[in-house]
Design a protein around this ligand. Structure first.
Ligand code: BGC
Length: 456
């Protein structure tokens, strides 16, 4: 496959302005469009979401609309997860990739959102979404998964669709934090680090899909409660760059990063800032923040973006934030800051993220829908998206036999008391949950009830 001119050439001033998240109007004076830049701009938009009409997945939509009150949000665009080779073809009960793209055309949509999610040895630090491919099956990943997806994407029939990919949630973050001697490290992640198949697979996906002019790749970058510490963020960006320069990929195949995919971290914490102090003690020392440099996804995403640009990613990359389940509204949402009796009282009393611990990730009790999907909501942010379709389970609360390669992760059992990755805290998961990806009506109901902004 040939590579294409992906980006407008930027003047140094425009590049700097973009790196700092300054909007187009304030940098317009420095940018002199040339013939070359005009052609490239016609090929690829800087932010594919700007002015776009995203595809609404009718399958998710029907499930949402069948729930009491669900029709209020059933017209929202959600990502479609290609979570196994068979998902490409589809089945009698599940629409395949072509069928989704065809339906998008019928809807008059011009943007389709897909999660690329089938790496060898998938989900190495958890069990709920272990995949179908074993740790060494990189050839099958490339030939039976990525290549067929690329073939469909390239069909001229779909040239009018901007196709946005979130590439391989959780994979590279796991290589950074769970594959060495850290307390939460797992043998499965050590194997994937040693064999390099996460980097090879991600690089192959970026390169192969990135060569198609109407495709936009956003590499998954965890969330602030995972990679926000400086000691994780720098190594993460290095790891992203390593994967983005493997298997023929270049940094130009990366249009941005996706944060908070399928997670629950707040978009913004309105009642405390990382720079606040209480009686001389910084909130970074609170138990909840635990020395993290970030307390929410918007600040994390913007910082990640600036760091990635400074380490060689394109100056016009953007961030997607999954806001499907990070609203944290409802009766328990704090109305103002916590008391200043101690730094923990202040943070715990004011934080809207009501999880027991920021490392909890499975079907969180008390969560609500977050911001509705929106284009270009803030500097450097390409879109708020619903990557994890609200109402789809993160994992089963007890073992369930299945042929999807899904394991049972105790983090989905409400009785589980935790492990080093969540500070040995209770899981905070809802009970009676089905397998990952299956419809979980009780969770959907809670998300609707605790939506913030509320659903009217
Ligand atoms: C599951 C996938 C599912 C996706 C979206 C993942 O956790 O492993 O099978 O498609 O969530 O719900």
């Amino acid at each position: 496959m040939t590579s294409r001119p992906r980006r407008r050439a930027l003047t140094a001033a425009a590049a700097l302005a973009l790196a700092l998240g300054i909007t187009a109007t304030s940098q317009a004076s420095g940018a002199v469009p040339t013939e070359d830049t005009a052609t490239a701009a016609a090929v690829q938009a800087d932010n594919p979401y700007e002015g776009a009409k995203p595809y609404v997945n009718p399958d998710w939509s029907a499930r949402a609309a069948a729930e009491p009150g669900g029709s209020a949000i059933a017209d929202q665009p959600t990502f479609v997860w290609m979570d196994r080779i068979a998902a490409i073809e589809g089945s009698a009960s599940a629409r395949g990739l072509r069928a989704h793209l065809d339906t998008a055309l019928e809807q008059g949509a011009d943007l389709v959102q897909i999660v690329i999610y089938d790496l060898p040895g998938r989900d190495c630090a958890a069990l709920a979404s272990n995949g179908e491919l074993g740790p060494t099956e990189i050839d099958r990943y490339e030939n039976e998964y990525i290549d067929p997806i690329a073939e469909i994407y390239q069909d001229p029939k779909y040239a009018s669709l901007k196709i946005v990919n979130i590439v391989e949630p959780d994979s590279l973050p796991n290589i950074v934090t769970n594959a060495d001697q850290q307390p939460g490290a797992t043998e499965a992640c050590r194997v994937m680090k040693a064999n390099g198949n996460y980097e090879k697979g991600v690089g192959y996906a970026l390169h192969t899909l990135g060569a198609i002019p109407n495709v936009y790749n956003y590499l998954d970058a965890g969330h602030h409660g995972w990679l926000g510490w400086d000691s994780n963020l720098g190594p993460s960006v290095d790891e992203f760059k390593k994967a983005a320069t493997t298997s023929g990929a270049t940094v130009a195949d990366v249009d941005g990063f996706a944060v908070n995919t399928a997670n629950y971290s707040a978009l913004t914490e309105p009642h405390f800032k990382v720079t606040d102090t209480v009686n001389g003690t910084t909130v970074r020392q609170s138990k909840w923040v635990d020395w993290n440099q970030y307390v929410d996804e918007e600040s994390y995403g913007q910082a990640l973006r600036a760091l990635a640009v400074s380490r060689g990613f394109a100056a016009d990359i953007g961030i997607l934030i999954d806001t499907g389940r990070n609203g944290w509204g409802g009766a328990d949402r704090p109305a103002g800051p916590g008391p200043t009796t101690s730094v923990d009282d202040y943070v715990n009393g004011g934080r809207i993220d009501r999880r027991i611990h920021p490392g909890n990730w499975c079907n969180q009790s008390g969560a609500g829908l977050g911001e509705r999907p929106a284009a270009a909501p803030a500097a450097g942010i390409d879109a708020y998206v619903w990557a994890k379709p609200p109402g789809e389970s993160d994992g089963s609360s007890k073992p369930i036999d299945n042929d999807e390669g899904k394991g049972f992760d105790e983090m989905c059992d409400p009785a589980y008391q935790g492990n080093p990755r969540n500070g040995n805290n209770p899981s905070g998961a809802l009970g009676d949950s089905p397998l990952a990806g299956h419809w979980f009506s009780a969770q959907f109901q809670q998300l609707l009830q605790n939506a913030y902004p509320p659903v009217s």
